[in-house]
Design a protein around this ligand. Structure first.
Ligand SMILES: CC(C)=CCC/C(C)=C/CC/C(C)=C/CC/C(C)=C/COP(=O)(O)OP(=O)(O)O
Ligand SMILES: O=P(O)(O)OC[C@@H](O)CO
Ligand SMILES: [Mg+2]
Length: 241
């Protein structure tokens, strides 16, 4: 089975609780060259805020995926290409591994399984909201991260492994270790990507880099630079094969 993210280099993550930079529009976001939009955040997300972003982005030619942080914010909108449902492999509370998922399946009838996919998160920044929220054990060596990645792919059949440093730039050695541990799964990296060089460096390790805060803090020109960094990293890797 092949999946769209196998061809992506760059995702822009839009936090529905945050504004775009003054004067910028969702059309500008879609014109950065990013391969997909992921809509989600950890704090203060509501269905209404989600709907607003989906409505504003649906008419452009970039795929849009909802990334819900809890079952209560999932929206049913045909404009969505799909749902990327996190599961946190290093959460201390099993609610964030399978518990929330069980609740979701219990309360919703008729889930659209064809559009529902999971992301196996390894949460690495202890100061992020997502680490606090899921009580993640972020003290993981490169070997630990690689082992989590391998477990996620080989034992739990995950197609997306996500090394998450939300809010801070991570350790490329750990991200590369995760990549080396995978056979076919796609490695997402997110956290602190802020310019061409950081996107290029992480793009050399991860298959897809995810850019979040930069969009809301610095705007679309800064995001475009990260798209270029991520694409150049992939082009060089392909050229070297
Ligand atoms: C079963 C369903 C439908 C949902 C459960 C989904 C789970 C397990 C969520 C766990 C938390 C998680 C991994 C959320 C994804 C979104 C994310 C990482 C947002 C970024 O978080 P931060 O940047 O730390 O938060 P803020 O930007 O909101 O401060
Ligand atoms: O906001 P930043 O630090 O870019 O992180 C992106 C994303 O991985 C957050 O879930
Ligand atoms: Mg954030």
């Amino acid at each position: 089975m092949s999946y769209p993210w196998e061809d992506w280099d760059h995702i822009t993550k839009i936090d529905p609780d945050k504004d775009l930079v003054d004067g910028e529009t969702f059309e500008d976001v879609c014109e950065t060259g990013t391969d997909a939009l992921e809509i989600g955040g950890t704090l203060d997300i509501t269905e209404e805020k989600m709907e607003r972003v989906v409505e504003a982005t649906a008419k452009y030619d970039v795929p849009i995926y909802q990334e819900p942080s809890n079952p209560g914010v999932v929206i049913d909108d045909p404009a969505l290409d799909g749902y990327l449902i996190p599961t946190v492999f290093n959460a201390s509370d099993s609610f964030w591994i399978t518990g929330a998922h069980k609740e979701w399946v219990r309360i919703e009838d008729g889930l659209d399984w064809d559009r529902t996919h999971t992301e196996a998160y390894i949460v690495m920044n202890p100061d992020s909201s997502v680490a606090e929220y899921t009580d993640a054990d972020t003290d993981q060596s490169a070997e630990d991260v690689a082992s989590f990645a391998r477990v996620a792919e080989r034992m739990f059949g995950q197609d997306i492994i996500y090394v998450e440093y939300s809010g801070t730039y991570g350790d490329p050695e750990k991200v590369c270790a995760a990549h080396d541990a995978l056979d076919d799964a796609t490695l997402f990296y997110g956290g602190g990507i802020h310019d061409y060089d950081s996107a290029y460096e992480m793009g050399k390790c991860a298959d897809v880099v995810v850019v979040g805060n930069l969009l809301h803090d610095k705007g679309v020109d800064a995001v475009r630079e990260t798209v270029e960094g991520a694409k150049d990293a992939t082009a060089e890797l392909v050229g070297a094969e």
